[in-house]
Design a protein around this ligand. Structure first.
Ligand SMILES: C[S@@+](CC[C@H](N)C(=O)[O-])C[C@H]1O[C@@H](n2cnc3c(N)ncnc32)[C@H](O)[C@@H]1O
Length: 318
């Protein structure tokens, strides 16, 4: 970038200038133009996306953008940026997939089209789990079922150095990404990754915590989903026609995988919370609760297995 002596921006695209009258674009002008362009193409959070993509194209942080507002952007960097913006606007590829990474629980995770991009609301699952595992020295046995990028398992392993963490997924492609993330974060000797549907890979084992963000979107709602979701794996999104294809067996089988007093935490769609909570009660789980995310949506159901459940209540309540 160089210091700017730019003319005011025109309504033309950053790439639409005649070669003979090369105009310059400052960081701020590019951001303003791109925000407007993304908005016109129906992209939500257009300003944030423009900032993240421009910061990436310029190999700087978003904070650096703010102190470089008046600097001009080179033609080479503009080309890189323009390609990213076009993919975002036209193909609706999510920013996380354009960049190949997403931050979750302050960890930079690699994401590909083989895994669900970890969502901020899933941090509620992690914080609830950590509250329920207050002793950093205790070797809690934890199962993350449907690990995807490894987000939940790796967050727990990083926060509880003595926890014995197992992560399973039915997708070998997702597991490859999860292992890569474990490797990058130097946590590969802390998490055991296993392939299998539901509890198949751990059928003889019991855990203190079973935590899961399963696929829970109803296939019947597919047509109404944002286009961005078409870039994420169907296996990670859809729980059959009604959204319960994985949730239902998960609730009915989880008891056999939990110690007496063990905790089950599951993320779901807010509309599924009451149904799943009632299934947990029918399965004679105790301390059944619905937890709400920062937007006030029912997001997690929490339940204890067995008679020791009530005794453990204090820990769950934090
Ligand atoms: C919604 S994604 C969650 C990924 C990750 N845990 C997260 O929170 O970002 C659901 C994951 O469950 C996996 N999955 C789908 N059906 C499964 C099954 N029957 N047994 C185990 N994993 C399954 C998918 O491959 C996907 O990685």
């Amino acid at each position: 970038m160089t210091q700017s002596s730019t003319p005011p921006p025109t309504s033309k695209a950053p790439d639409a200038q005649p070669a003979t009258r090369e105009r310059t674009w400052t960081v701020l002008e590019l951001l303003q133009w791109t925000t407007d362009y993304l908005k016109r193409n129906g992209v939500e959070g257009a300003r944030l996306d423009a900032e993240v993509l421009l910061a990436h194209a310029l190999s700087m942080s978003r904070l650096d953008l703010y102190v470089n507002y008046e600097n001009t952007v080179s033609a080479v960097d503009r080309t890189t940026f323009r390609e990213l913006v076009q993919k975002r606007a036209q193909q609706r590829i999510p920013v996380s997939l354009l960049l190949g990474e997403r931050e979750f629980w302050s960890m930079k995770l690699t994401v590909t089209s083989d895994v669900l991009t970890p969502r901020p609301e899933t941090e509620l699952l992690v914080s609830t789990a950590l509250d329920a595992m207050p002793d950093p020295d205790y070797a809690y046995r934890v199962l993350d079922l449907g690990t995807g990028s490894g987000a939940i398992a790796l967050a727990i392993a990083s926060e509880r150095p003595n926890a014995i963490v197992t992560a399973t997924d039915v997708s070998i492609f997702a597991l490859k990404v999860a292992r890569l993330n474990a490797d990058k974060l130097q946590l590969c000797d802390r998490v055991r990754f296993l392939e299998g549907s539901l509890f198949a890979a751990v059928s003889d084992e019991v855990f203190d915590l079973v935590i899961s963000n399963p696929p829970y979107v109803a296939r019947a709602e597919q047509d109404a989903l944002p286009r961005e979701l078409s870039h994420e794996p169907e296996l990670a999104l859809f729980g059959g026609d009604d959204g319960y294809a994985v949730l239902k067996p998960l609730v009915s089988e989880v008891g056999a995988a939990l110690n007496d007093g063990g905790l089950f935490l599951v993320e779901l769609d807010p509309r599924q919370a009451d149904t799943v909570a009632s299934w947990c009660r029918e399965a004679e789980m105790t301390s059944v609760k619905v937890l709400y995310d920062l937007s006030g949506h029912a997001r997690v159901v929490s339940a204890r297995h067995g008679s020791a459940g009530e005794g453990q209540k204090e820990k769950t309540d934090g």
